[in-house]
Design a protein around this ligand. Structure first.
Ligand SMILES: [Zn+2]
Ligand SMILES: [Zn+2]
Length: 91
């Protein structure tokens, strides 16, 4: 049964732990947002997301390895706060 929280506008592109779908797909291979191989995003807790596969309806927690304890190498640091908005204190 599809989870009541499963919505087509909340999708995550990661492989299902049960189905082998996507393993041979050039679109998934290119890490693109494949139209056929995606999972419902049901919930998120920190760096873990709760997913449901639309094919086999299996639900599981997936560790995205984002956030706490690690970061993607292509994520850049946010720019430092602007000093123009300072309160006039001089060093
Ligand atoms: Zn599946
Ligand atoms: Zn695919």
């Amino acid at each position: 049964m599809r989870d009541p929280d499963a919505r087509p506008d909340r999708r995550v592109w990661t492989g299902c732990v049960v189905c082998p779908d996507g393993s041979d797909c050039p679109e998934c291979d290119g890490r693109r947002t494949c139209e056929r191989h995606w999972r419902f995003l049901l919930d998120a807790q920190g760096r873990r997301v709760f997913l449901q596969c639309p094919r086999c309806l299996h639900r599981w927690w997936h560790d995205t390895r984002f956030g706490v304890g690690g970061r993607e190498h292509d994520v850049e640091d946010l720019p430092a706060p602007s000093e123009a908005a300072g309160d006039g204190r001089a060093a």
